[in-house]
Design a protein around this ligand. Sequence first.
Ligand SMILES: [Zn+2]
Length: 433
Amino acid sequence: MRDGRGALAERLDAAIEARRDDMVALARDLIRIPTLNPPGSNYLEICEFLDARLKKSGFETQILRAKGAIGDSDAFPRWNIVARREGARAGECVHFNSHTDVVEVGRGWSVDPFGGALIDGRLYGRGACDMKGGLAASIVAAEAFLEICPDFAGAVEISGTADEESGGQAGVAWLAEQGFFAPARVQHVIIPEPLNKDRVCLGHRGVWWAEIETFGEIAHGSMPFLGDSAIRHMGAVLAEMEESLFPALAQKRTDMPVVPEGAKQSTLNINSIHGGAAELADYASELPSACVADSCRMVIDRRYLLEEDPKEVEREIVDLLERVKARRDRFRYEIRPIHGVAPTMTARDAPVVQTVSRAVREVLGRPPEYVVSPGTYDQKHIDRIGRMKNCIAYGPGILDLAHKPDEWVGVQDMVDSARVMGRSLIALLSGDA
Ligand SMILES: [Zn+2]
């Protein structure tokens, strides 16, 4: 007689518990490969490491370079790995996608950022939380599932991808263009980003970046009336933003469950602003010469909601610039979009959401919180290019620790989230309804 789901879940827990030290060692080995982005170091090394591990567990693997994609170069080639293990019978495919890159180290560390120190149940290092801990948990969850359910239906896939921290063009976007996330191939995607083990992340807000430039006329700084200051024109743009735009954005609230609370509205950040002569390097002591600025540039980072029309997001800024133009002599501007990503949110009744939620309830004894991320992650490519809607982020680690000094992931959080991932595999692939 076949095991029921409950008996399988018990065996899964035992199999994961038996692998606790192995999971910590795996996460530590991943942390010890410094896959810094920029510039994109050691991508091949981490793919080869994963390749050896997953082959041993019966996966067929492909190591793929996103040759020619944005970010790829001969000096820093963008390597990705996709591993697939076929089941004994036909069925659906569950795919775990983790990015292998980590952000710069920064200052303020009290431990070696690439040492993987284990202190009081916490594993430390750059990428421990975002997201090598999640990658290790998904691998161990899959391996435990394969041990207890060797005759499963469908397929399990695990990918390790490049460049999420810089947009993912040579990682998930490229794989999606090659068809790796086509609905015919993959039916459920879980991205083990560090959203906390008791939260299911349904998607993210949209992004629109643009550069605004105002123009003036150069003249001697002692006689500014002979020129026209692009910086003063930009000052008028800033004043108009304070006056009308920021209050309007605060009024735009979303029904998306975005966390933290402050991100439940439209936001705009001014990423940079520069006017006049080119800025000198930190070590140079010279002051710029006395000139009226003939150009001023500002980069804006607008985050928008599912309820907003992206065309309206752009028009709002153009309207603002036109209002300034109507009341200022000689005001000239250009606006250049840099890039945009549409908001995305998987439906709460989607199969992967329901399956993982049930598993969280079983493991933690309470239902998960549904959240939406304020910033984007690789789900955008899976949705837009892959046309794959049944996708969530779920993984161990505390989101607030990502990118910080002394980043860590809790060992028990990794174990618990592996139990959730393993149960999700049982539910979707064991064939026991
Ligand atoms: Zn991440």
